[in-house]
Design a protein around this ligand. Structure first.
Ligand code: ARG
Length: 261
């Protein structure tokens, strides 16, 4: 009697143990088999403090980069930054070579025809930078017929091309556009105000300054391929969560020093 009971008990224990082990094992395997989600984020990194590479470093720094990584965390994806020309970002998105654009890209009606923007995440605007010894250019009205450097494919380029008789040179990077002003190859640069402000504050060009007011407000948006509504919704949800939980403010403070009112 005792022996039978013992055998029965042992059988039950074994069965329970096997079940537990079996289940646990299965779960673990299922987790392992599931590939880590990767979010390929395209950017053009000559746009500090939004995206840039510190000298000698391959890492991507900046407000957009931190924001993209925080969004990746929210949606459970590993962020992989892909470096390309600014004018290559929209084609890359549409060719499925990247999943998301994070490049200080202004939301414009023209771009909206090609891609889907997230909710706006930063308010910006264009500004003019000239050499301090330039006594002629005080605002965009004085740019007529002048030589202007811009980054290719940007709203700055569009603005420059709308100025009568302006001789516009479009560079692949903002570094080159800024250098051209330093070398006096152009009379002015048109670029985003926070980027020019950061460049001057960091001592990028001690003989340059901004003139005039920030031209009309532009909103930065992240962008996904048209039809990728799932990712667009996930990104907007993540953005809202980061604004709510204080993470957005923390990132903002890192790069702009104070929290936007
Ligand atoms: N906001 C401007 C635009 O959308 C300039 C953006 C340039 N961004 C960059 N990562 N280089 O055209």
């Amino acid at each position: 009697m005792m022996k039978k009971l013992l055998i029965l008990m042992m059988t039950v224990i074994c069965a329970v143990a096997m079940l537990a082990a079996g289940c646990g094992g299965d779960k673990k395997e299922a987790k392992k088999a599931e590939p880590a989600k990767v979010l390929r984020v395209g950017t053009e990194p000559t746009f500090a403090p939004f995206e840039f590479q510190k000298e000698g470093s391959k890492d991507y720094d900046g407000f957009d980069m931190d924001l993209a990584r925080a969004i990746g965390k929210q949606i459970g994806a590993k962020v992989e930054i892909v470096n390309m020309g600014f004018d290559a970002l929209i084609p890359a998105l549409n060719a499925n070579n990247i999943d998301l654009i994070a490049a200080g890209m202004s939301i414009t009606d023209e771009r909206k025809k090609a891609i889907t923007f997230s909710d706006p995440y930063y308010t910006s605007g264009l500004i003019i930078m000239v050499n301090k010894d330039n006594k002629e250019i005080k605002s965009d009205k004085d740019l007529e017929g002048k030589r202007i450097a811009v980054q290719i494919g940007t709203t700055g380029e569009k603005k420059a091309r709308s100025i009568k008789n302006a001789k516009v040179t479009a560079f692949n990077t903002n570094t080159e556009a800024a250098m051209e002003l330093k070398n006096k190859g152009v009379d002015a640069v048109i670029n985003d105000s926070p980027v020019v402000g950061y460049y001057l504050a960091q001592g990028g060009n001690k003989t340059a300054m901004t003139v005039g007011e920030v031209m009309e407000a532009e909103q930065y948006g992240l962008a996904v391929k048209k039809g990728n509504d799932k990712l667009a919704a996930d990104v907007n949800k993540a953005l809202a969560e980061l604004k709510k939980n204080g993470e957005y403010d923390k990132i903002y403070k890192t790069w702009f020093g104070e929290v936007k009112k």
